[in-house]
Design a protein around this ligand. Structure first.
Ligand code: GDP
Ligand code: IMO
Ligand code: MG
Length: 425
C-alpha cells in the first residue's frame, strides 16, 4: 500500500496543460482533489471529439468511479461552480454522487469580485492583470480572518453573516476611485444566493479527514494544482502572482495532509513559455516566432479569452521551480506546436547590467536579457506519434537536454490536446 498521494502542478505561469494530464492520469486513481486556487483556473480537457473547460471542479470528473474533492485551500464562487456543474451534467455525467466539498473552503462573495475590479482599476497601468474572479480579495479575507466558508452556508443566520461581510466590503469599495463594474451586481447577487442553495445538494465534508482516512486505507489519490509555480504568492514573480501557494507545499495546507504523505510530484511544463496578465517574462517574444506560438498553440486564455504572451522555454525559471516543488517526474506539453520551427531557443542564463545571472532573481527577471542556447528544430509532425522510440532524433536531444539540466526524468510527453495524444515512457 502506498499511503501517499501524488500531485500534478504547473511549473511555469499556468496553462501548462494540467487539466489534460489529470484527465489522462485519473484512471490510476480513485480520488482527485483540488487544493488551491479558484475559478481563475481554466483546465481544458479534450476527448471523444469534444472539449471542456473546468474552473473549480477537479479534472477527474469525467472518469467513471472517481470521487472529486474540492479541498479547503480552494476559493469557491457558487455561481461559477453551479454553472460548471450544470454544463457537466448536460454531458450526461451524474455529478451528485462524485463531488465532495470541504466545509473549510472559502466563498468568493459578489463584493469580492467588485473589490478585485476596483483594485485593478485603481492600479491602472501597474495592474496585476487578474482574472477579475475575486481571488485576491477572497484570499485576503481568509488570511485577514474575515472570510465566509462553505460550512457557514448551513448556519441559520447565513444571510445575516453575508450582509455584515457585504457591508464591510462596501466601505472598502468606497476607498477606491469610481470605476466601471464589470458585471450587473444585483443580478449576480441574486444568482449567487440561488447557487448557494443549489450547492447544498453536495456533501459538505471535513475533507482533511476524508483524504487522510482514504490514504490510510491505501486509496490512490491525485492532487490537482491550479495556476503555476511562477504565480505562487511567495516564490512567483511577486506582486504579479495569484494569492495562493501553487507549489507542492500547498497540497499540505490545501488538503490537510502531512509532508510525509506526498508521493510523486508531477511537474508539468510547456516546451515553450506562456503567461497571461502582467509581470516579468524574460523570454517573451514580440516577433513572428511569438505570433506563431500563439497562433499554432491557440494561446488564448481558457478563462478570460485574453491572448497569452508567448516566449521560449526558460531553463533558469524551470530549474528554480523544479527545485522548490521537489519534482519527481516531468511532463512536457505542446512540443508539437514547434514542429515547423527551424530553430528552437532555450534561455540558459540572464544578463543584467553586465552581470551573468544563473539563478532565478528576486524580482522575477525584470529587465534581464536572456542568454540563449539554440537547438535545430525536428521538422516532423509529432502529434501522430505514440511511442518515444518513434520521436525524431532532434526532438529526443531536446528532451535529453532538459532532463540533464533539471536532473529530472520526463516521463510523459504530450503531443496534442486530446487525451489520446500522449506518450508514456
Ligand atoms: P491548464 O490550465 O494547465 O489545465 O491548461 P489550459 O487548459 O489552460 O491550456 C492548455 C491548452 O493547451 C488547452 O487548450 C489544451 O487543450 C492544450 N493542450 C494540452 N496539451 C497539449 C499538447 O500537447 N499539444 C497541443 N497542441 N495542445 C495541448
Ligand atoms: P490555470 O489553473 C494562467 C494569472 C492572471 C494574473 C494573475 C493573478 O488555468 O493554469 P488572479 O485572478 O489569480 O488574481 O490573477 O494570475 N492567473 C493565471 N494565469 N493560468 C491560470 O490558471 C491563472 N490563474 C491566475 O492572469 O496574471
Ligand atoms: Mg488554464
Amino acid at each position: 500500500m502506498k499511503n501517499t498521494l501524488d500531485v500534478v502542478l504547473g511549473l511555469q505561469w499556468g496553462d501548462e496543460g494540467k487539466g489534460k494530464v489529470v484527465d489522462v492520469l485519473t484512471p490510476s486513481y480513485k480520488v482527485v482533489a483540488r487544493f488551491q486556487g479558484g475559478p481563475n483556473a481554466g483546465h481544458s480537457l479534450v476527448f471523444d471529439g469534444d472539449s471542456f473547460v473546468l474552473h473549480t471542479v477537479p479534472s477527474g470528473i469525467f472518469r467513471k468511479g472517481t470521487v472529486n474533492v474540492i479541498g479547503n485551500g480552494v476559493v469557491i464562487d457558487p455561481v461559477i461552480l453551479m454553472e460548471e456543474i450544470s454544463q457537466i451534467e448536460a454531458r450526461g455525467v451524474d455529478v451528485s454522487n462524485k463531488l465532495l466539498i470541504s466545509k473549510r473552503a472559502h466563498l468568493i462573495l459578489p463584493t469580492h469580485r467588485v473589490l478585485d475590479a476596483a483594485s485593478e482599476s485603481a492600479m491602472g497601468k501597474g495592474k496585476i492583470g487578474s482574472t477579475l474572479k475575486g481571488i485576491g480579495p477572497a484570499y485576503s479575507d481568509k488570511t485577514g480572518r474575515n472570510g465566509l466558508r462553505v460550512g457557514d452556508i448551513l448556519q441559520d443566520n447565513f444571510r445575516e453573516i453575508y450582509d455584515a461581510h457585504k457591508q464591510r466590503h462596501e466601505q472598502l469599495i468606497h476607498l477606491y476611485p469610481p470605476f466601471e463594474l464589470p458585471f450587473n451586481f444585483d443580478e449576480y447577487e441574486q444568482k449567487w444566493f440561488q447557487a448557494v442553495e443549489q450547492l447544498k445538494r453536495f456533501p459538505f465534508i471535513d475533507s482533511e479527514v476524508y483524504v487522510n482516512e482514504a490514504l490510510k486505507a491505501g486509496t490512490p489519490i491525485l492532487a490537482e494544482g491550479a495556476q503555476g509555480s511562477l504565480l505562487d504568492i511567495d516564490f512567483g514573480t511577486y506582486p504579479y502572482v495569484t494569492s495562493s501557494n501553487t507549489l507542492s507545499a500547498g497540497v499540505c495546507t490545501g488538503l490537510g495532509i502531512a509532508p510525509s504523505r506526498v508521493g510523486k510530484v508531477y511537474g508539468i511544463f510547456k516546451a515553450y513559455c506562456t503567461r497571461v496578465g502582467s509581470g516579468p517574462f524574460p523570454t517573451e517574444l514580440f516577433d513572428a516566432d511569438g505570433e506563431r506560438l500563439r497562433a499554432i498553440g491557440h494561446e488564448y486564455g481558457a478563462t478570460t479569452g485574453r491572448p497569452r504572451r508567448c516566449g521560449w522555454l526558460d531553463m533558469v525559471a524551470l530549474k528554480y521551480t523544479v527545485m522548490m516543488n521537489g519534482v519527481t517526474d516531468l511532463i512536457m506539453m505542446k512540443a508539437d506546436v514547434m514542429d515547423e520551427f527551424d530553430t528552437i531557443k532555450v534561455a540558459v542564463a540572464y544578463k543584467k547590467d553586465g552581470e551573468l545571472l544563473e539563478s532565478f532573481p528576486y524580482d522575477g527577471g525584470k529587465d534581464v536579457t536572456p542568454v540563449y542556447k539554440e537547438f535545430p528544430g525536428w521538422k516532423t509532425p509529432l502529434s501522430g506519434l505514440r511511442r518515444y522510440e518513434d520521436f525524431p532524433e532532434a526532438f529526443k536531444k531536446y528532451i535529453a537536454y532538459i532532463e540533464t539540466e533539471t536532473g529530472c526524468r520526463i516521463s510523459i510527453v504530450s503531443v496534442g490536446p486530446d487525451r489520446d495524444a500522449t506518450v508514456m515512457r
